[in-house]
Design a protein around this ligand. Structure first.
Ligand SMILES: [Zn+2]
Length: 473
């Protein structure tokens, strides 16, 4: 089976430019009825989906037509937690086997050498990997700003890549001398943090439907900023109507720190600070207690589940089944590349399914539920209703995987489940905001080979600056 394709490759979607995806073996809509349409089509005008259905429901001509016989079409995956700069420090020898706090204190001295150029290339590296794995929207929790780095570096890279982006203005203000975890050399003054956060919101935040760039206020974690900064951040976010994000209840040391320093559980701490609501999502919550579970459900507070990272750092198994049963909004995150060390979103859905089963039995999470967390769940977590499903009026964010591959062979009876149970490999097409950013398996917006070369050069430079044992290739 071949993919028939008509029309020129997309440069950028003109407002009225039309794109038809037709003849797909199955289109997974994640719409209200959770329809899975056999022999499905999706018709797109500009950046918006106009119709989804069988051949009879959808116009059969367009400026560009892609025949998808032998393929599965899903809503673009939504990554709710990442630290893209960490792609420069994957598999660092001394950080391969430690738990969260040991892992962090090994990496901080390396990260202090990061530069704006490194940040741009690392962001592109993460985004190429994400896009090839079906991701169309990503957040990035950027909390380290040495050597003139600004959040603008990440936003510029995202714009070049064509990725829908929630840029989290992270921060750290409590260094070792004040009882925190990071070295003093990489923490910022709280007034500077708040002023810069205000600046990036005013410069970049787009609150409109279909926004490609949103800013999020995101102190790194309760153990790296003061209670005052947490409160001031919440007030700032609400002043502008932007979301809030941080790490919470990640492992036992994190709980210990909270009890020792605040005399409160993480859930009680964030409740008292105003860090709950539909505009807040917390990463991990592996150790969220019953009180926190009820609190998050009642307030529509979101959780970003990062199963690979939780396994990599031995943090534990987040109670996702119970969270879903309680009505908590759960999204999926790959987390930073120093604790995953991969940005494979469809692979992460598989990890979520497997890890819940290790903890809570084989019925804890189905393949379709894992896929729903990775799409609709992510949209709710990011406080959006314009992405995460394929339906008229939704933004045209779509991932297409080939079914007739060796790793999927033998699973034709249920290609939707196979996407999570098997290893589907990279997408053939990835469409973001109507733009084809992966076309016939190739990234169209940047030169992938050149990004890899720059990334490896920067990574080696970082290793050398940090006196880390490194082998040049
Ligand atoms: Zn993280």
């Amino acid at each position: 089976m071949t993919t028939q394709d008509s029309g020129p490759p997309d440069v950028f979607p003109a407002e009225n430019r039309t794109l038809l995806l037709k003849n797909a073996d199955v289109v997974v809509t994640m719409d209200k009825e959770r329809r899975e349409i056999r022999n499905g089509s999706v018709y797109i005008e500009g950046n918006t989906i106009v119709s989804v259905g069988t051949e009879a429901d959808v116009p059969q001509t367009a400026d560009r037509v892609i025949d998808l016989e032998g393929h599965i079409v899903i809503p673009g995956l939504i990554n709710t937690h990442h630290h893209m700069f960490q792609t420069l420090t994957r598999a660092v020898p001394n950080a391969q086997d430690g738990e969260l706090f040991k892992w962090l204190t090994t990496l901080y001295p390396i990260w202090k050498h990061l530069t704006p150029e490194m940040m741009g290339v690392a962001t592109k590296t993460a985004m190429i990997e994400l896009m090839l794995s079906g991701c169309t929207t990503s957040s990035d929790h950027q909390y380290i700003y040495p050597n003139g780095i600004k959040l603008d570096d990440s936003i510029e890279a995202a714009r070049e890549m064509g990725m829908r982006f929630h840029a989290c203005r992270g921060s750290m203000s409590v260094g070792v001398s004040k009882g925190g975890l990071p070295p003093d050399s990489i923490v910022e003054d709280e007034d500077v943090i708040l002023a810069d956060t205000r600046r990036v919101i005013e410069t970049y935040h787009d609150s409109s439907r279909g926004a490609m760039t949103r800013i999020v206020v995101a102190p790194c974690s309760p153990f790296s900023v003061t209670e005052k900064l947490m409160r001031d951040s919440a007030a700032l976010a609400r002043e502008y109507g932007v979301s809030l994000h941080t790490h919470l209840a990640e492992n036992d040391s994190d709980i210990e720190y909270s009890l020792k320093n605040f005399n409160k559980t993480p859930a009680k701490y964030v409740e008292d600070l105003g860090w709950v609501g539909h505009d807040v999502w917390h990463a991990h919550c592996v150790k969220l207690d019953d009180y926190g579970m009820k609190l998050f459900a009642r307030t529509n507070t979101g959780v970003s589940h990062c199963p690979s990272s939780n396994m990599r750092l031995g943090s534990g198994i987040a109670p996702i089944r119970r969270m879903l049963d309680s009505g908590i909004h759960v999204g999926l995150g790959v987390d930073g590349s120093a604790s995953n060390d991969s940005s494979d979103m469809i692979g992460e859905a598989r990890q979520a399914l497997l890890l819940q089963r290790v903890g809570f039995g084989p019925e804890a999470l189905t393949a379709r539920q894992a896929l729903e967390i990775a799409t609709l769940g992510g949209a709710k977590t990011l406080n959006r209703d314009d992405i995460g499903a394929l339906a008229p009026g939704m933004m045209a964010d779509i991932a297409v995987f080939r079914l007739n591959t060796i790793s999927m062979a033998g699973a034709n009876h249920d290609p939707v489940a196979a996407l999570v149970f098997c290893n589907p490999g990279n997408v053939v097409y990835n469409i973001i905001n109507g733009r084809v950013v992966v076309d016939n398996s190739k990234i169209t917006t940047v030169n992938e080979t050149s990004v890899i070369e720059q990334q490896n050069a920067f990574s080696y430079q970082l290793a050398t600056l940090s006196n880390m044992t490194a082998v040049p290739y």
